[in-house]
Ligand binder design. Structure first.
Ligand code: ADP
Ligand code: MG
Length: 445
């Protein structure tokens, strides 16, 4: 009976939290018990419980109520099915908003823990500037980029820093979903004055994942008024979304244009360097936890190479790897890595052929395939050729002589030279680095 109810609630949540959130956070929740106005859910980790509580607690409570099971709060049972011992209780946030930001922030999402690389350096610099809390220079700051690229991390970092350095400022971080639910519940409870007052009284307002407001007209309307009131009062606003303002469908034009009126910063997909940097910083963190662990040369590079989808997946892979190695007391070798992460690696395990690389490269540079492979030594052909060789070396397991053969019977030393040249250029020529990164993504997908 209770499970049916949960199924039903889960179904309604599917449409309100967005597909990714649903798959990652809501679908895995199992209703453990429903007693005394408390719904307890089984979750594998404490982190998951915290995350769900923080981001979806209110919505779960709200939807449970609408489906005939009014509850006061939700709690979490940590662990897998019967094995669960520790019972953690996390009270959902009260419906009436509190003004402190502290509880909502992830402690690890600070500037110190944010690795800066080319794809995110502008976003980082803008976030840093805003975090100084000085006179507003660009308003709003709009950060956008794909899933897991660090938008939430940066926003939390801003809030942490402001809280430390400018404690008198009233900083409010909220997800667009929370904004929506607070708005709806305030309407329902006839507490709109409180709602308006809360949002009009902040010095810095951050709204995460604004794309969730798409199609929610009354919420947009209220947001628009809040937004204008704060901008007029020269209060800083920071917004994030998974795409550029103009690309968010079912968002009112006037809101789009307002969102574009400040600084719009694109967080680019990660590149190899950044991924490696992040892995190295996490490695330091894990080393403190598992001092005896041995990690073999090349493992981090391998992961940075193979897991390019997003940073969350990359982190998850490393966490699993370290946990596994420490549990079984083994060194982290390449082999262990491949076994332990087989499922994650498989998705990016498509066989890539040299022909495919050659085609993509010649398309990219708009030259003929025959010229890419042929004998001409002009720079317009030679550079793309070297890049294609480099990619062939990186993405296939062909040997240098074999690659040479496929490039018009060239010698393996020519290939070696080409690979080396491109490796150097990636360091020193950002145009080439971008080209290679673009091509790499085109090849992998
Ligand atoms: P988004 O909000 O863009 O989907 P998050 O901010 O939640 O992404 O980031 C996903 C995960 O990746 C978080 O655990 C975050 O700490 C980590 N992460 C993202 N970017 C970086 C970075 N530049 N340095 C270190 N960790 C990062
Ligand atoms: Mg986020």
């Amino acid at each position: 009976m209770t499970n049916e109810l949960w199924e039903q609630v889960r179904e309604t949540l599917k449409s309100t939290v967005g597909r990714n959130n649903y798959t990652n956070w809501i679908e895995p929740l199992e209703l453990h018990s429903l007693e005394d106005g408390v719904a307890a859910f089984q979750v594998p980790t404490q982190f998951m419980g915290n995350y769900v509580s923080r981001n979806f607690g209110e919505q779960i409570i709200f939807e449970m109520g609408r489906n005939g099971a009014p509850i006061k709060r939700i709690s979490f049972v940590i662990g897998r099915s019967q094995a669960s011992k520790a019972v953690e209780t996390i009270a959902a946030k009260p419906i009436a908003p509190k003004q402190d930001t502290g509880g909502d922030l992830d402690d690890r999402f600070t500037f110190d823990h944010f690795v800066v690389g080319k794809p995110n350096e502008l976003a980082h610099a803008a976030a840093k500037r805003v975090a100084e809390g000085e006179a507003v220079t660009f308003n709003p700051l709009f950060l956008y980029g794909g899933v897991g690229l660090g938008k939430t991390h940066l926003m939390h970092a801003i809030a942490h820093e402001l809280r430390d350095k400018q404690p008198h400022l009233n900083v409010l971080y909220i997800s667009a979903e929370q904004f929506m639910y607070r708005f709806i519940t305030s309407l329902r409870d006839k507490r709109m004055m409180d709602f308006k007052q809360l949002f009009r009284s902040v010095d810095v307002l951050m709204v995460d994942d604004i794309q969730f407001m798409a199609g929610k007209e009354s919420t947009q309307e209220e947001f628009f008024h809040t937004f204008n009131a704060l901008i007029d009062a020269r209060k800083q606003i920071i917004i994030s979304a998974d795409r550029a303002p103009g690309e968010i469908r079912a968002l009112e034009e006037r809101i789009k244009s307002r969102l574009q009126s400040g600084l719009v910063v694109d967080m680019h997909p990660t590149d190899f360097e950044l991924r490696l940097g992040i892995l190295q910083s996490k490695e330091d963190y894990y080393r403190a936890q598992y001092p005896d662990l041995v990690i073999h040369e090349g493992v981090l590079e391998f992961l940075a190479h193979r897991i390019s989808s997003n940073i969350r997946v990359l982190e998850g892979a490393l966490t699993r790897l370290f946990a596994f190695a420490s549990l079984v007391g083994r060194e982290i070798t390449m082999e262990l890595t491949q076994d332990c992460l087989a499922d994650i690696l498989k998705t990016s395990d498509r066989k890539i052929t040299i022909e495919e690389i050659q085609r993509k490269v010649s398309d990219h540079y708009n030259i003929r395939l025959s010229d890419l492979i042929g004998p001409k030594r002009l720079r317009v052909y030679a550079r793309p050729r070297q890049i294609a060789m480099y990619l062939a070396k990186q993405h296939t397991n062909r040997s240098l002589p074999e690659i040479g053969r496929r490039f018009g019977k060239r010698d393996h030393t020519t290939v070696m030279h080409g690979v080396k040249r491109v490796t150097d250029l990636i360091q020193n020529d950002s145009q080439i680095a971008d080209d290679v990164e673009l091509l790499r993504r085109a090849i992998e997908h």
